[in-house]
Design a protein around this ligand. Sequence first.
Ligand SMILES: Cc1cc2nc3c(=O)[nH]c(=O)nc-3n(C[C@H](O)[C@H](O)[C@H](O)COP(=O)(O)OP(=O)(O)OC[C@H]3O[C@@H](n4cnc5c(N)ncnc54)[C@H](O)[C@@H]3O)c2cc1C
Length: 418
Amino acid sequence: MTEKQISSDLLVIGAGVAGITAAVEAVETGLNVILLEKRPYIGGKVAQFSKYFPKLCPPGCGLEINIRRLRSNPMVKLYTQAEVIAVSKEGGRYKADVSLKPRYVNNRCTACGDCVKVCPETRKNDFNYGMDETASVYIPYENAYPQKYVIDAGSCKGSSCNKCVDACKYGAIDLAEKEEVIAIEAGSIIWATGWEPYDANKLDVLGFGQFPDVITNVMMERLAAADGPTHGQVLRPSTKQKIGSVAFVQCAGSRDETHLEYCSSVCCLASLKQSRYIREQYPDAEIHIHYIDVRANGLLEDFYGNVRRDDKVHFHRGKVARVTRDPSSDKLIVEAEDSLSGTIMHKAVDLVVLATGMKPTVRELPLDASAVDGNGFLISDGTGIIGCGVNTKPKDVASVVQEATGAVLKAIQSIKGN
Ligand SMILES: Cc1cc2nc3c(=O)[nH]c(=O)nc-3n(C[C@H](O)[C@H](O)[C@H](O)COP(=O)(O)OP(=O)(O)OC[C@H]3O[C@@H](n4cnc5c(N)ncnc54)[C@H](O)[C@@H]3O)c2cc1C
């Protein structure tokens, strides 16, 4: 491993909507910025959505313009497959040791795809939450930035195969590439490392992992996406057949002291949005939303009102006790209380969507334990830790953008104070 030293005004860690916003806002004030992303592409979870609430526009709408701002400014330097392994502070400046994982594909890549045609190995497609596979050499998604291929070291057979190297007429593939460690020195750091979906395997009574037709809300985004595993058609995973009924289980593991104690604030809206995906594709489909209370704050109340007026969308107030499968009909049975009618219902449906919450990724970071609250969110305490996005609190994209813009002001104050 080599250790290269780079210096910058601001280091932004995580290139989801929070980190990208912080980087472009900062660079346009004249700061030099380094942006780090651990995945091979930027955009975070938003890149994986089918559409955004409340306007239901594709995620490309917001991401594209910011990626263009990023690309056009030479004062921002992006590293993908980059993770901070240690951080220290000396004389008012931060030093971060960053591990850069090999991509095995360099900037000569034109994304022509000749390598994929000859690659004999496969990997589970994490962009689609494992619902399909790609070749070992892959482009994360059609409009991914950087627009170049990457090789999955876990499944690639390396130089013993070498087919992609031979097929690449641009000499863009180097299977001998090694991990590198670089040291970045900066006047301030913005942490924008976002969230991961809560692990639905922990919700044993709700059938995830047991029945293929029980999926999570993030998987639903990919099923509905035109570039998803079913090319945008929401089908039953078990049979690949059309859907006549869906149940959404709200607060799946949220507001529950044995899982996530807090409300992730966007899951109600995500399910309302996803019920629109289903209704657009299946005008006769019946949708059941099992909720504790519907949280659609401010202007988003209108969005809720529109879905509520749809007579094919049924709201049931009460917790879901369990999800089972009826072998005779091959349907899933959702057992839930309906606290408004005081009854226990058993509803047979084709698909169950678990509205799982957002879990901050902060605990894995090289940060002092005091920088993290009891639920794992980052505490921006004014003493140098500047966080933004879902790693400080669950929130929607509009709120993330506001917080990221504010974080840049804090960073500028911190740099000027140095
Ligand atoms: C099912 C669902 C649907 C949703 N739909 C909507 C919607 O329609 N509209 C809306 O406004 N909001 C929606 N949201 C909320 C939205 O997803 C979040 O507001 C948004 O993703 C927050 O962006 P972020 O940048 O904070 O986090 P992320 O999107 O998680 O981005 C964080 C980035 O940091 C990277 N990273 C993590 N750790 C490291 C590390 N150690 N080093 C370097 N990089 C790292 C990650 O790879 C990622 O790219 C939805 C949420 C869910 C669960």
